[in-house]
Design a protein around this ligand. Structure first.
Ligand code: ERO
Length: 416
């Protein structure tokens, strides 16, 4: 990075390819569909990284397969992608956004990789990233943990790809494994490294539901987010040392702020990718809400208005965070405790307005009126309708977490 006059140059060069900005999406984070890839093209990301592609299109593993939580996220997407032929058609159009396109190549068996890479390389991605580390295909171990298979595979892909070729590796936890993989990569050889993929086969359990949080593989999935940053930094550092700093490294793992990105650069990365934090941008945030209520002529308007605002806060919390689980057989709540009762915090607070209609009993024929908790209820529908107005996606499940949002968007697209 250089500092000149009043601008900071955040460009970088990886394997001879110039990136206007050293920040980009991680493969897998909202980069499957044409719309998602074009959105990246229009954004300020320094590159467009595609979802890892397979021979045939895949819908991926059954849902729920993505779960964000305080420590990060766990996923078992199962390689949902359009199939390499679709990306071969899309890549020339993506290049018109005038930033590097990184094609991520995967496969269900060794032969798939060179076959996909050969066709994809011909349509002109700036770099090809071979994913040796998908943790989520039932019955398929991560190739990156098999050093012989990795070497064989990289050599076969190398033979058919002329542009810069890199590998996306799983995390290693022992210096012997860093050294063994570095030897493979020097022999094969590759032009850049993307470190690391999610920490595979982690398990997140919801104690309220007494259940794992994602469905595929009995709940085992790839861990991402803040908790894996130290593992990612260790791998960036270990490979940087193993190559004496002579290979460009793209750092991935736990990047949610400029400081996180800076730490990756300090460890030896030339650029940084953002996965979980980018997905979390699918968080729904309420910015402003107006509640109009009729409770007759209020004796103390200030008290009534604060009651209404309290209801709005409870309603928004219910819509976005609270997870009430009803046992439909017996009609009781399965988690009737305060642990799942999540209320928004100060930084989540929205601009709240309460309007009281100045009509005694609102023209109703009841003789008494009060405000109570009823304003909570329409708040839920108001949030869901606002989401619909903003995105075109109907959300029918609460709370509206990023995975629910993503599923609703996918459903809206299918219906369209
Ligand atoms: O399940 C997936 O599609 C997936 N999730 C990850 O965390 N890393 C991957 O590399 C991957 C699929 C290639």
């Amino acid at each position: 990075m250089t500092h000149s006059h009043d601008t900071v140059d955040l460009s970088c060069t990886i394997a001879g390819v110039r990136f206007p900005l050293c920040l980009m999406n991680a493969s897998g984070a909202l980069c499957v569909t044409r719309e998602e890839l074009e959105a990246l093209g229009r954004s300020r990301t320094g590159a467009i990284v595609t979802k890892s592609m397979t021979l045939e299109a895949r819908t991926g593993n059954p849902e729920p397969r993505y779960y964000p939580f305080a420590g990060g996220s766990i996923n078992s997407m199962g390689l949902p992608n359009l199939g390499y032929r679709a990306y071969a058609e899309l890549i020339p159009a993506l290049k018109t956004f005038r930033k590097p396109v990184i094609a991520s190549v995967a496969g269900l068996c060794e032969d798939d990789f060179p076959e996909i890479a050969r066709t994809i390389a011909r349509v002109g991605p700036d770099l090809v990233e071979v994913n040796l580390s998908c943790p989520n295909i039932p019955g398929k171990p991560q190739i990156g943990y098999d050093f012989e298979a990795s070497e064989r595979l990289i050599r076969r892909v190398r033979a058919v790809v002329a542009c810069p070729l890199g590998v996306k590796l799983p995390p290693y936890f022992d210096p012997a494994h860093h050294a063994a993989m570095a030897k493979v990569l020097k022999r094969a050889p590759v032009d850049f490294l993307s470190l690391i993929n999610s920490v595979g086969n982690a398990l997140v359990i919801d104690p309220d539901r007494e259940s794992v949080v994602i469905k595929p593989k009995g709940g085992f999935g790839g861990l991402g987010g803040p908790g894996i940053k130290p593992v990612a930094l260790a791998n960036v550092r270990a490979f940087w040392k193993a190559f004496d700093g002579r290979i460009p490294i793209i750092g991935v793992g736990g990047v949610a702020s400029g400081t996180d990105a800076f730490e990756h650069l300090l460890a030896g990365a030339s650029a940084v990718q953002i996965g979980t934090a980018y997905l979390l941008s699918y968080n729904v945030k309420v910015l402003k809400m107006v509640a109009v209520n009729d409770c007759g002529i209020p004796i103390n308007p200030l008290t009534v208005e604060s009651q209404v605002i309290g209801c709005m806060i409870q309603g928004v919390s219910w819509a976005l965070w609270e997870n009430r689980i009803l046992d439909r057989n017996v009609g009781t709540m399965v988690n009737p405790n305060l642990e799942s009762y999540k209320i928004l915090s100060a930084s989540d607070m929205f601009e709240a307005h309460s309007l009281l209609t100045p009509v005694a009993n609102g023209g109703q024929n009841t003789s008494t009126a009060g405000i109570g908790e009823p304003p909570i209820t329409p708040t839920l529908a108001a949030v869901a309708n606002a989401v619909y107005n903003a995105t075109g996606a109907r959300v029918r499940r609460l709370p509206i977490t990023p995975d629910v949002m993503l599923a609703a968007l996918a459903d809206a697209k299918r219906r369209a």
